[in-house]
Each structure stands twice: as structure tokens, then as C-alpha cells.
Design a protein around this ligand. Structure first.
Ligand SMILES: Cc1ncc(COP(=O)(O)O)c(C=O)c1O
Length: 247
């Protein structure tokens, strides 16, 4: 989606909204602008940078506004197709914050990696094999994060899982893959009144414990967390934050 950022939607009569062909993105441009500014200002004072998530609005115009506002290290998306759209639209640094195993999706991922610096999450050695094969078939470099489950109960290695370091080593051994660090989605904070997380259930303690003192190829160069609702009352625990619900 590239167009359709409409000014003053709040002033549009419901009858006009009723006539919009759906699905379509309806944006209160002034409110979106305020939210984007506020988020960039918040992150300007943090150790972590923003990596805004594409999945929420799927709109490259809004994504450009988010990057232009500052405090960003790149963009995040959830699927290979989104990554390809972003790469073709000129976004140079893309994280797919998800595991990719489907054959067609792996080809899309590799196509995106031919255009932009691409990073993807894994939580299993079979995924590493598939990724390595796709990267070498297409002759492209792919960065890899290992996802940890810090409580959302969706994907990721359980905290303390002994396969973490062997998995990082397996990634580092692949010609076209490089191990870039860890990902942890803190979406479970959404369901907590305080939005706070129990000790040890955020990305950073696990990140620091895990691959420090390892060979250079498996040292962390980054860690990324996610979930906007968990962000507001505290400093993000990773080095970048894949926030989606902020526009
Ligand atoms: C892995 C991951 N990171 C980041 C996000 C963005 O979360 P939010 O929209 O709460 O900011 C999501 C959303 O589901 C996600 O799955």
C-alpha cells in the first residue's frame, strides 16, 4: 500500500467512510504524525533504537515518515512478501521478525536479500538448513537472529535452552548466513495491567548471558524486542525495538 494517507479523516462524515471499498487503510494523518513524532522523541533518549513494524499499516508512505522522524535503525516486517515489498520500495535494512520455512517464501526472502540488508529470525536448526540453502541458491547474504521465548508462548527457544549456543554456531558455520544476535517478542506485556514484565522475562538479561564470551562469530551484534504496549512505561530491553502499534 503506497497511497491513501488521508488528511483529516476524523472530519469525514460516516456516510463517506461507508462508501470506501474495503479493505483499505484510513489514516488520521495528523494523529499519525503526532504519534510518529512522539515515538521518535521517546527513543531519542533511549539506548535502543526503533525498527518500526510494517505489519500494522503496510503502508510505505507511513514507513518513510517513521524513518524520517528519526531514532530508527531499519524496518521490521512479519513475512517475506512484506520484506520484498519494502526492499523494492528502497528500504535498505529489513528484519523479518518471524521464522520462514515455506519454499516460495524462502525465494522471496532471498530476492529481498539481493536488494537490501536482510535479517530473519530462527528458532530451530531445520530452519537454518533451509535458509542456508535458499541463500546459497540465490547467492545472497542473510543475517540471522535466534528468537527466544520470553513469555509470549508463541515462537522461540525457551529461556535457558541448551541448544541456543549450538544453534548460533550452526548459523555461523553457513557460508551465506551470519549470526547477528537475538530476538525476543515481549507481547505478553500487553495483557498485564502494569505492562511491566517479571524479572528475567525480557530480552536483555538473556541476551547478555547467552553468547558473551563466545567466539566472535557467535557474539551478539544486536538484540531486538517487540511490542509497543510494553514500551511506554520502561526502557526497551533490546538494542532495537520492532514496534508496530505506534502509528
Ligand atoms: C515478533 C514481533 N515483533 C514485533 C511486533 C510488533 O508488536 P506491536 O504491534 O505490539 O508493537 C509483533 C507483532 O505481533 C511481532 O510478532
Amino acid at each position: 500500500m503506497t497511497a491513501g494517507v488521508t488528511a483529516g479523516v476524523t472530519g469525514v462524515p460516516p456516510s463517506a467512510l461507508d462508501r470506501l471499498p474495503t479493505p483499505c487503510l484510513v489514516v488520521d494523518a495528523a494523529a499519525a504524525g503526532r504519534n510518529i513524532r512522539r515515538c521518535a522523541d521517546f527513543f531519542a533518549a533511549q539506548r535502543a533504537a526503533l525498527r518500526p513494524h510494517f505489519k500494522a499499516h503496510k503502508c510505505t508512505t507511513l514507513m518513510r515518515q517513521q524513518l524520517a522522524a528519526g531514532s530508527c535503525v531499519g524496518v521490521t516486517c512479519q513475512t517475506s512478501w512484506e520484506a520484498l515489498v519494502l526492499a523494492r520500495a528502497g528500504f535498505p535494512d529489513i528484519l523479518i521478525a518471524n521464522q520462514v520455512v515455506d519454499a516460495a517464501a524462502l525465494d522471496e526472502l532471498a530476492e529481498a536479500a539481493a536488494i537490501a540488508r536482510l535479517t530473519v529470525a530462527v528458532d530451530d536448526d531445520a530452519q537454518v538448513g533451509l535458509l542456508a540453502a535458499a541463500a546459497s541458491r540465490h547467492g545472497v547474504p542473510v543475517g540471522v537472529l535466534i528468537e527466544l521465548d520470553v513469555g509470549a508462548g508463541r515462537c522461540g527457544l525457551p529461556l535457558g535452552d541448551p541448544s541456543l549456543v549450538p544453534l548460533a554456531e550452526q548459523i555461523a558455520r553457513q557460508d551465506r548466513l551470519s549470526f547477528r544476535g537475538l530476538q525476543a517478542y515481549e507481547g505478553h506485556a500487553v495483557l498485564r495491567d502494569s505492562r511491566s514484565l517479571p524479572p528475567g522475562r525480557t530480552a536483555s538479561p538473556s541476551a547478555t548471558r547467552c553468547c558473551s564470551s563466545r567466539p566472535t562469530s557467535t557474539r551478539l551484534s544486536t538484540s531486538t524486542t517487540g511490542s509497543s504496549p510494553g514500551t511506554a512505561p520502561r526502557s526497551p530491553s533490546g538494542r532495537s525495538m520492532a514496534a508496530g502499534a505506534i502509528v
